[in-house]
Write a protein that binds this ligand. Structure first.
Ligand code: M6R
Length: 310
């Protein structure tokens, strides 16, 4: 079916997203439009607006903007943003994210922002010529190819690749990102298609885990830092495609309520790569196991720490 086809198209889709937009050690700032450099030089705040999966990719980018580019960033669901009064900070860039470029709330948010004092607007979008692209000052096409499946898959990962390039460009223009750090990011971006192929090669193991999951009615997806929105996206996908109730939570919030729900009938999916909050995630996984929860952990290849947890 289309969803599976599109999942397997990700290495190619990301290759297309990167094509012609990376130098040997830098991101080509003009990939975001001819006027991009002048805007990125001055930007002091980024406001991201989107819906659904696109919102989740924006949430990931928030961590990146503040950590990598040193620029403050807020992310808001478009259907909230458009119906409330918000204060626009000086030199704010509005970034809209959308696969289709036609989502009514995101489009309305852009139109509202254009009258509210934002310095400029940038659309990260998959459909050239869409309303969002036509009405924005700057545009970056994700080039994921047509997404027919209802669940965003390659649209999401190509958005993330585009967002990381945006963060690197803004960090570069603002003088916050060192040349060495930018070169590292470029290397990581170039490695992405291969990394995704490696993940896709795990399909048989993942299918076996899915068998265990299939008869459950509820599940909890946990992550910390930039993996928290990845957990939210996992939960969204499960709800949408499997009709299994799923919640995405910041793992540190588990003890403030949802832990009461964890037992052997409730699988817990923990996104726990070997990063600066890995130890904290280990603590959360232990708590879930202590309540009888069946934990499925997604971690860094070759790291067996989580197997050895009591
Ligand atoms: O086309 P958009 O990215 O603006 O669509 C927004 C959401 O409707 C969309 O991301 C939706 O949440 C996904 N298709 C879910 O998989």
């Amino acid at each position: 079916h289309y969803m599976l086809k599109e999942i397997y198209e990700q290495p190619k889709a990301i290759t297309n997203t990167l094509e012609g937009r990376l130098g040997t050690d830098h991101v080509v700032v003009e990939s975001f439009g001819n006027g991009a450099r002048a805007i990125f030089d001055q930007v002091e705040h980024v406001q991201i607006v989107a819906c659904g999966t696109s919102y989740n990719s924006g949430m990931v980018a928030r961590y990146w903007f503040e950590e990598i580019a040193g620029v403050s960033c807020d992310v808001e669901i478009a259907s909230e943003f458009r119906y409330r009064k918000s204060v626009v900070r000086p030199n704010s860039l509005l970034v809209t994210l959308s696969q289709s470029g036609e989502t009514a709330d995101t489009l309305a948010a852009l139109r509202l922002a254009k009258e509210s004092g934002y310095m400029s607007s940038l659309a990260i979008c998959n459909v050239p010529g869409s309303s969002l692209v036509r009405e924005s000052d700057l545009a970056f096409m994700t080039r994921a190819g047509a997404e027919i499946g209802v669940a965003s898959t390659k649209a999401f990962t190509t958005q993330l690749a585009g967002l990381l390039m945006l963060v690197a460009s803004v960090g570069h223009c603002r003088g916050h990102l060192s040349a060495a750090a930018e070169a590292e990011l470029v290397k990581a971006l170039q490695a992405l298609p291969l990394r995704i192929k490696e993940s896709l090669a795990l399909a048989k193991d993942i299918e076996a885990l899915a068998e265990e999951f299939a008869d459950k009615h509820h599940s909890l997806f946990l992550g910390r830092g930039s993996q928290y929105p990845i957990a939210m996206e996992g939960a969204l996908k499960l709800k949408e495609i499997s009709y299994i109730h799923a919640e995405g939570y910041p793992a540190g919030e588990m003890k403030h309520g949802p832990i009461a729900l964890i037992d052997e009938r409730m699988p817990v999916v923990a996104i726990a790569p070997h990063d600066h909050v890995f130890e904290k995630m280990q603590g959360n996984i232990q708590e879930a196991k202590a309540r009888g929860g069946a934990v499925i952990a997604i971690t860094t290849a070759g790291d067996d720490t989580l197997w050895r947890l009591p």
